[in-house]
Design a protein around this ligand. Structure first.
Ligand code: F0G
Length: 351
């Protein structure tokens, strides 16, 4: 084989697929666990970033999609459908293309980042923009899948969680233990469910001694789990987690409670500040939703909720290139220079 085989092969005993199934893979997983020295200094803890933007389509969704698409193909589906704030649709479109299946994606009109839309377009998905939010899209996708011969590949499909739990395995395999605290952005709440399942499985098999505390962070304008009730009109700059009624609500609460963890809200200002810190101090470019795990890390370190000296992993869920508009919104326009070395030197204030 050619190196890393993708997570189904890598964790064959832990990720079930049907006998004889053709594995649909783009060699997802095995993402870097990058030490974050600046964040470690700011928090007095040892902080690592699980950089999920390094997956084939630029987000953690690929972990679930390799498994979902492998199952869909094995059971003879011809088409898959999903609702998405953008990353699930990008991943579904790519893996469906790989599998030779038709993909249909339902996205909230005008509320998905440009790069994600570009991915769905170029992979040939049937893109349906809906006059509603993600929660409306998910309801439509569920109803369509219930009544028509198309397979739903949102994380309400349990095989998605089976793929996504492998991120916890990778972290423990690298650290030789679980972190004390794991920080995650939370939207539809599939991923926190998946990470907790992964850690719990390693714990049950004696591969780690202690399980981490799960810290889940939501955007303040879209924080149903923090408030304990659905949000009818979720709003945040972090469009990926603009979710008002998370499908995996109960399992997310279970992960939080069983791990002595917490849910907390971070404002758009905190998210964008963490986004810039990650890019300018750690060299890691993530999309805004991903920065909410780091915004939460900084807030809990500042108020003492996070014990100093902890070993912490923050998952940064998606690549910054997904959302060029947010990145460029901070750009200052400057006049183009003439082709002249002295103009460059003076523009850079080199003398
Ligand atoms: N971060 C990013 C970049 C995401 O795209 C998502 C979810 C999350 C975090 C939250 O994960 O939903 O499992 O709690 N994106 C979904 C989508 C909703 O449609 O792409 P979650």
């Amino acid at each position: 084989g050619a190196g890393w085989p993708g997570l189904i092969e890598a964790y064959r005993e832990r990720v079930e697929i049907p006998d004889g199934a053709r594995v649909v893979t783009l060699q997802e997983g095995n993402t870097p666990l990058v030490p974050a020295p600046h964040l470690s200094e700011l928090t007095g803890s040892t902080v690592y970033l699980k950089v999920e933007g390094a997956n084939p389509t630029g987000s953690f969704k690929d972990r679930g999609m390799t498994v979902a698409m492998t199952h869909s193909l094995a059971k003879g589906s011809k088409a898959v459908i999903c609702a998405s704030t953008g990353n699930t649709s990008a991943s579904a479109a790519a893996y469906a293309a790989r599998a030779g299946l038709v993909s249909a994606v339902l996205v909230p009109q005008g509320k998905i980042a440009l790069g994600k839309l570009a991915q769905a377009v170029v992979h040939g998905a049937k893109i349906l923009q809906v006059q509603g939010n993600f929660d409306d899209c998910l309801e439509l996708a569920r109803k369509t899948a219930a009544e028509h011969p198309v397979t739903l590949v949102n994380s309400v499909n349990p095989v998605r969680i089976e793929g996504q739990k492998t991120a916890s395995f990778e972290i423990c395999d690298v650290l030789g233990r679980a972190p004390d605290v794991h920080c995650l952005p939370v939207g539809n709440a599939g991923n926190i469910t998946a990470y907790w399942k992964g850690y719990a499985e390693y714990g049950d098999d004696g591969l780690i001694e202690k399980l981490p505390r799960m810290f889940g962070f939501q955007a303040a304008g879209a924080a149903p789990l923090v408030h304990g009730q659905p949000v009818t009109e979720p709003e945040t700059v972090a469009t990926a987690i603009r979710v008002g009624s998370p499908a995996s609500w109960e399992s997310a609460v279970k992960a939080k409670d069983a791990s002595n963890g917490l849910f907390s809200a971070v404002t758009d200002e905190q998210i964008l500040s963490a986004y810039r810190t990650l890019a300018s101090r750690e060299g890691v470019f993530v999309e805004p939703a991903s920065a909410s795990s780091v915004a939460g890390l900084l807030a809990t370190a500042a108020d003492g909720t996070l014990p100093a000296g902890s070993t912490v992993v923050c998952t940064v869920t998606g690549n910054g290139l997904k959302d060029p508009d947010t990145a460029l919104s901070g750009m200052v326009e400057v006049e183009p220079l003439p082709v002249d070395p002295s103009a460059v030197a003076s523009a850079l204030e080199l003398r």
